[in-house]
Design a binder for this molecule. Structure first.
Ligand SMILES: NC(=O)c1ccc[n+]([C@@H]2O[C@H](COP(=O)([O-])OP(=O)(O)OC[C@H]3O[C@@H](n4cnc5c(N)ncnc54)[C@H](O)[C@@H]3O)[C@@H](O)[C@H]2O)c1
Length: 262
């Protein structure tokens, strides 16, 4: 039986229908949080909510699109109305640009969904988080951009992820005196549907990452969720403004080994 360390705390998880967001929504709910899953994928989002509710938790789904800033703000307001407040915001969703987009549209989509939406959600949520008395924002960045240059990540992706660090520090400084903590997580390569994995067919970049990662494997969404839970809870009560890598050591490893690959 998990500790109910988040009992009665309302949490909003963007991109909660899959991958890191899904694992975090399930774990936060298992520890007592009432969770709203925001996602563009209605079927998958409703399935996560049904899974949480069937396990005895309390969850809601709200369709939302993080490329639409006004919708992001409405989602936060709806979360507060539905759950009677907000204690935890997990900024996690980032949109993949459509294949037919040109370079400017690709850039704009990634910066809008992967950085501006984080800012819009955080600033819309701040009055609710302050009122809760123990507000926590957990933002998903990436070691790409936030820690290192990575060949397989686009410039827009790296810029958005690096921007989350600055946003985190500034929000932490401003909201700390009002009791709200703000931290970000920089995952390495985590096996989620985002990697477009089919069966046993490991993508080349994942194989390379695994080879140069000191722990010699990819991460699991559940491992990242444990860090989200910790940062969201009072167990991290004196931690704010930080970025924490969860990457099996990838960001401190030399990449030279990759030249040995066939
Ligand atoms: N998986 C990794 O290796 C990894 C590494 C570092 C950072 N991240 C970051 O973690 C976050 C989640 O990635 P994931 O691996 O869990 O991916 P995922 O594809 O498994 O899940 C992403 C979720 O976001 C939703 N989404 C996509 N576009 C959306 C939009 N416009 N509006 C609302 N929701 C939308 C999807 O429907 C999906 O449910 C992203 O910010 C990603 O950059 C992932």
């Amino acid at each position: 039986m998990p500790d109910l360390i988040l009992a009665g705390r309302p949490a909003l998880v963007t991109g909660g229908a899959s991958g890191l967001g899904r694992a975090a929504a399930v774990l936060l709910a298992a520890h007592g949080a009432e969770v709203m899953v925001g996602d563009i994928d209605v079927a998958a989002g409703e399935a996560v909510v049904a899974e949480i509710n069937a396990a005895g938790g309390k969850a809601h789904f709200r369709r939302s699109d993080v490329t639409d800033r006004a919708d992001v703000r409405r989602m936060v307001a709806d979360a507060g109305d539905t759950m009677g407040g907000l204690s935890i915001l997990m900024n996690n969703a980032m949109s993949n640009p459509r294949d037919d987009y040109g370079v400017d549209e690709r850039w704009d989509t990634m910066i809008e969904s992967g950085l501006s939406a984080y800012w819009a959600a955080a600033t819309a949520a701040e009055p609710l988080l302050i009122r809760s008395g123990h507000g926590s924002i957990v933002q998903i960045a990436s070691i790409a951009g936030a820690r290192m240059g990575i060949e397989f990540a686009s410039e827009a992706y790296c810029a958005a992820k690096a921007g989350i660090l600055g946003l985190t520090r500034k929000l932490a400084k401003r909201l700390g005196p009002q009791g709200v903590r703000v931290n970000c997580i920089a995952p390495g390569v985590i096996k989620t549907p985002r990697l477009r994995w089919s069966g046993s067919d490991e993508p080349e970049f994942a194989r390379r990452a695994r080879k140069v990662t000191p722990l010699q494997r990819l991460g699991r969404a559940e491992e990242v969720a444990e860090l989200v839970l910790f940062l969201a809870s009072d167990r991290a009560s004196f931690i704010t403004g930080q970025d924490i890598a969860i990457d099996g050591g990838l960001s401190i490893a030399t990449m030279f080994e990759s030249v040995d690959l066939p």
